[in-house]
Write a protein that binds this ligand. Sequence first.
Ligand code: ZN
Length: 304
Amino acid sequence: MIDCGEGTQHQIKCSQLKSSKLHSIFITHLHGDHCYGIFGLLHMLKAGNRTNPLHVYGPIGIQSLITNALYASGGWNGFEIIIHELGVHGTKYEQDTILNYCTTSETKPPSTSPSQSYHQTSFQVILNPQNKCQFRYKPNQIISLGEIDFGISAFACPITHRVETFGYVFIEKDKEGILNAAKATALGAKGPQMGMLKRGIDVTLKNGTTIYSKDVVGDNIRGKKIAVMQDCSYIDSAFEIAKDCDVLIHECTYDQSHYDNAITFGHSTASMAATHALNLKAKFCCSHNFPGFFFFLHITQKIY
Ligand SMILES: [Zn+2]
């Protein structure tokens, strides 16, 4: 799952998806429309008697967001939650936290808990008064998350938005080429020899003839590559790992008449999303906007 906005658990219940099959959640950034649904989802999974661990990846702050919320609401005695915090300057995730069976009696209060009986916080003073972004990340600033499941490797790339934000790229392993069974049979292969040839093993028949795997098996089939770039204005760091992707999912909050707003607030126009797709040579691009400031759904096949 990529991001977990408000009401995600309701959408899952309305869909054909089985929440029990959820393996990992990749949070792109900590704006509420991308992560505030995680608390409801965790409790829905717990109510469904989930026992498998759940991995959560996200920028620095995701760990305190989840643990503080769970602590404040009485602790957690559900399945294991494995949190991977990503740092933009590291080549690997900087901290892994395993949250398992923490209850109020077993867990110390978060360090940010107020020490006084009454504590007032003004969020105004900690908000970035500008709330704007102008920075760009360097190319190829990629964090490898390793093989996450089912032969799929994941990569995180810091992308430009108002808060620390990651794009994610998922790459499926290449598959073995297709065996030309008719040709192999004609050359004399049979039974288990077919499997050997498919696995790249040459076979020598009783009559001394050798059948070479490369002569009867096609080239490896390239695994699919999917790139997901949520709120962002620039994706420089992702170009190398995301190029030639089969599918690019990219936000676009504005039309081109609001280009200045897009740059100022770290979002994209539809044209910017399409330009990124062209530069990546993406085969398929789906652009969308979650909060609905500007309704736009654009799907293009063979865009280059
Ligand atoms: Zn955002």
